[in-house]
Design a protein around this ligand. Structure first.
Ligand SMILES: C[S@@+](CC[C@H](N)C(=O)[O-])C[C@H]1O[C@@H](n2cnc3c(N)ncnc32)[C@H](O)[C@@H]1O
Length: 212
């Protein structure tokens, strides 16, 4: 798991954060056992923070780009009211199947709809408005995801973007992925129609609020 703080501080913070449910710990264990890329799970601190954001904002409709095995989707959906809805997109069938198994196990499947396929295509087919959009998929498409998310977002809604500091590589972007994230960070910085904060949590998260 990528984190910008020391391992000791990260562990201390996790220890003092509300414990995860049995099912979420089981999901992390299964993902670790079966996937080399298990570090893609956003983890307990960011996940719990997402849960808080959904509760505080009283969001009812959420769009997630990047399901993986469904950890962040569960963290957010469990904070939605009974009539709330979360749509989550991913291109990969095998991880989406694991996610689905756990959505059913936790009965969150009633609130969660999975869309399998390239997220840009899925986003074209969706209708707004969403109260929260969480962007956590392929970085090369971040700018396009952001632009479409803005169209689908309600006034006063929130876009949350993960990995915006990209292990510090945004300070000196070299690879295409570094440049894509850096481009989005500049786009948001220069957009006077939004308010944003870049949090150096885990690998960096930006919260962007669309003006009401
Ligand atoms: C960082 S993981 C998401 C982690 C998840 N949000 C969590 O915290 O548990 C990124 C996901 O984006 C998906 N992805 C990559 N390219 C995609 C694309 N073009 N369309 C949809 N999903 C894509 C990958 O399959 C992967 O599951």
């Amino acid at each position: 798991m990528i984190t910008l703080v020391s391992k000791d501080i990260e562990e201390y913070s996790v220890e003092h954060t509300t414990k995860l449910s049995k099912h979420l710990n089981e999901l992390i264990d299964i993902t670790k056992e079966t996937r080399d890329d298990y570090g893609m799970i956003c983890g307990p601190i960011e996940g719990t923070f997402l849960h808080f954001l959904v509760m505080i904002s009283k969001a009812k409709r959420i769009l997630e780009i990047g399901t993986f095995t469904g950890f962040s989707a569960q963290m957010m959906a469990s904070a939605l009211p009974d009539d709330g809805e979360l749509i989550t997109c991913d291109i990969e069938e095998s991880t989406s199947a694991v996610a689905k198994e756990f959505f059913v196990k936790t009965k969150l499947d009633k609130k969660i709809t999975q869309k399998i396929g390239p997220a840009l295509e899925t986003l074209k087919s969706l209708q707004g408005k969403f109260d929260i959009v969480f962007i956590d998929a392929d970085k090369e498409n971040y700018v396009q995801y952001y632009k479409r998310a803005m169209e689908l977002l309600s006034e006063g809604g929130l876009i949350i973007i993960d990995n915006v500091l990209w292990g510090g590589k945004v300070l000196n972007p070299i690879e295409e992925t570094d440049k894509a994230i850096s481009e989005l960070n500049e786009l948001i910085k220069n957009d006077n129609k939004v308010k944003q904060v870049v949090l150096p949590v885990r690998d960096g998260m930006t919260l962007v609020m669309k003006s009401a």
